[in-house]
Design a protein around this ligand. Sequence first.
Ligand SMILES: O=C(O)C1=N[C@H](C(=O)O)C[C@H](O)C1
Length: 296
Amino acid sequence: MLTQDHLRGVMVPIVTPFDRSGNVDFDSFKKLIARLVSKGIHGLIVNGTTGESPVIESRELEDLILTARQAIPATLGVPLIVGTGSNNTSATVKRTAQAKSLGADAALVVTPYYNRPSQQGIIQHFQALAEAELPVILYDIPYRTGVQLELETIKAIMRMDHVIGLKESTGNLKRLAALARCMTKPVLCGEDELFFASLCCGAAGGILASANLDSDQFVQVYEQYQTDNINESRRIFDQLLPLIQFLFSEPNPAPLKWLLAQRGHIRSDRLRLPMTAISSAASKKGTRLIQGHAGT
Ligand SMILES: O=C(O)C1=N[C@H](C(=O)O)C[C@H](O)C1
């Protein structure tokens, strides 16, 4: 199981590829995992936002976890993290326990959205997860959840023994820096465009949808930073910026799936409704990006 000491580096929330009929394309999924682990990533997240978690059926999630567990060579020690969060505490506990039984090393748990819990309710939601006996990463992404976490709430959740770190996706660098300073547990960047800046502010790494592509370059940004080659880290990151900006020019993961399909990593850019394929304006932008950028 994953500990806070090993929660670091470039972790990739993998897309869930679908075939043209909308079924999970497990062959592409396995191929993607093989490519990502060969590029030196430090962790893999299945069923994150990028994996279209809201539209994945529980039977499919079981198969995705089992497939990922088998596809990650044990010798590499790349942790398998599963998105198990929802706005129903007992369902989240059950799903987290199930992820553990299927071989997950940790769970990524988003704050409960839509039903507008109190800060106390959010704390109790995360406390209840102790029962699942799987390390938990708290995922704070208010622009998606509509839930604001107070700093005291984050501190209370991060003090729980089963909580090993925080994925910070507020886009507020000042807040990330303050949290990284006062926490003994790792704070991870969840806002791709701020990855380099977050490292400078004390982040232990990032959970980055963009790192599904050019993964080795994202790993280099992290490795160069760790070995004090700050200018080199920044130079590589700056080269990745046009890619990142394209990938978030429309709701993730639509541009990412489009580009993965263009590069032949998945068979189709199909999404499940209510997510839709990118606009023709975005695909024109993407085509220009491909022409000017020899990425992988
Ligand atoms: O799936 C994830 O985990 C991520 N999703 C975020 C989003 O789509 O809002 C972005 C981040 O790269 C990681």
